[in-house]
Design a protein around this ligand. Structure first.
Ligand code: ATP
Ligand code: MG
Length: 174
């Protein structure tokens, strides 16, 4: 009998809390002995605090993808090539059957910037097996939202960077 398809979960919106919500879910799953792989689409999106903590949890593995993005208009083709190479790695992990949960941190950003083709990402995620998939990042494309099981939009009510020009706080942002 085919095992049940995993859930596709999307955390999007302008408000803070998308990556940390995905991490909370990874932590929850790890407590059940579930194996979790976290793929970081954007280097630097993850900081010291969570990297140090996650290394202590043996059920959770972290893998950086897409290092070297330039984010420069004149290098769009190079960034696209890097995003595609990262995505190929993600696909082999999604289809490899080793994981109970996969976090695709900042995938939504890479899609919304047009660095990856939404149709091919939607096709792979739509054909996932029993592994749960959590995608984070602002501006999740509607095609991804359409096939997701759970979508939460974080909405800014207040943020100290915006309201008070405050710098990033230890334990809160990094
Ligand atoms: P977090 O990693 O804290 O859960 P996030 O994943 O929702 O945040 P990103 O869009 O990945 O947010 O941005 C990461 C960083 O930008 C965080 O340090 C966060 O505090 C900051 N940030 C998030 N939302 C806002 C906002 N609306 N205004 C200013 N800074 C923000
Ligand atoms: Mg984030």
């Amino acid at each position: 009998m085919e095992s049940q398809k995993g859930l596709l979960i999307v955390f999007t919106g302008d408000g803070k809390g998308k990556t940390t919500a995905a991490l909370g879910m990874a932590l929850r799953a790890a407590g059940h002995g579930m194996r979790v792989l976290v793929l970081q689409f954007i280097k630097g999106a993850w900081t010291y605090g969570e990297l140090v903590s996650l290394k202590k949890i043996e059920e959770i593995e972290i893998k950086p993808l897409g290092t070297g993005f330039t984010w420069k208009k004149e290098n769009l083709e190079e960034d696209r090539r890097l995003a595609e190479a990262g995505w190929r790695e993600a696909v082999s992990e999604i289809n490899g059957g080793r994981w109970d949960m996969l976090v695709l941190d900042e995938l939504n950003i890479v899609l919304s910037l047009g660095l990856l083709a939404v149709e091919s990402v939607v096709e792979v995620l739509g054909n996932r097996a029993s592994c749960h998939i959590v995608a984070t990042g602002r501006n999740a494309p509607r095609e991804l939202i359409a096939i997701a099981d759970l979508v939460t939009e974080m909405k800014v009510i207040k943020h100290p960077f915006l309201d008070r020009g405050m710098k990033a706080s230890k334990g809160i942002e990094f």
